[in-house]
Design a protein around this ligand. Structure first.
Ligand SMILES: [Ca+2]
Length: 248
């Protein structure tokens, strides 16, 4: 009898410990921040690894304001702000040589991704990282049928930067002849996190600078081909080099 009583006494604490462990495990499964962090860093990829166009950052702020009282006023003023910021996101495109980048930091890329890339028989690397390797000879080339309108390349940074300029060499800069034979993007959507800038890059083998007119806080860049110059021999659209300059 004594033994049975002792055994029953030790079972209760063990059950309690198991119950606490089960609750802790359930908490991790529901609110694990690790998974959310990773999802934020790779915001352009869904659960199946497919590309998703970034959403503007204004939306979450709108929800917070409307849920904190004075609902109709807060919602409408928030809508006006969102509309203002859409029209405010106009960047100036100028020759890269017309801006002074001294005092600015070159943004360091952590990783590069694209919706497609061209695989060539000779094994030339045309992946996304070729657009940020500091070498104008190499390039990212989209790999879908046609001109690649709607294809994207995107990059995550090593930290959050206040980005002011984006310099870009569109087309394939390997040689002037190869430049003229390959397709160049004309209109681009440039996303710095949730802020979108739609720009038109002039044709010609010249480096251009997208001046965002303000410092844009971002840890990720997405560039989408909206349209191209359709006067080349090949329909592979290329970007040879992208350099971002930040003031931090
Ligand atoms: Ca390159």
């Amino acid at each position: 009898m004594k033994t049975k009583f002792k055994h029953a006494k030790t079972v209760k604490p063990v059950l309690c410990v198991l119950l606490v462990l089960a609750l802790l495990l359930a908490g991790c499964a529901n609110g694990g921040n690790q998974g959310m962090k990773k999802e934020t860093l790779l915001a352009n990829v869904d659960d199946r690894g497919e590309y998703v166009t970034p959403e503007p950052t204004q939306a979450p702020e709108e929800e917070e304001e409307s849920s904190s009282g004075e609902e109709s006023t807060a919602a409408s003023s928030s809508e006006e702000e969102a509309e203002d910021s859409k029209t405010a996101n106009e960047a100036e495109v100028v020759r890269a040589s017309s801006r002074n980048y001294s005092g600015y930091t070159v943004v360091r890329m952590n990783a590069a991704y694209s919706t497609s890339e061209l695989h060539q028989p000779d094994g030339t690397d045309n992946s996304a990282k070729m657009a940020v390797d500091g070498n104008e000879i190499t390039s990212w080339q989209e790999g879908v049928d046609g001109y690649g309108e709607g294809e994207s390349v995107w990059f995550t940074f090593d930290k959050t930067y206040n980005v002011r300029y984006m310099c870009i060499k569109t087309g394939n800069w390997r040689t002037p002849q190869i430049y003229s034979e390959n397709t160049r993007p004309k209109e681009l959507s440039v996303w710095l996190d949730g802020e979108c800038f739609r720009v038109t890059i002039p044709d010609g083998q010249t480096e251009y600078c997208i001046d965002f007119q303000k410092a844009v806080s971002a840890s990720q860049l997405t560039v989408t081909i909206d349209s191209v110059y359709k006067n080349a021999m090949w329909d592979d659209t290329c970007i040879s080099e992208i350099t971002l300059y930040a003031n931090n």
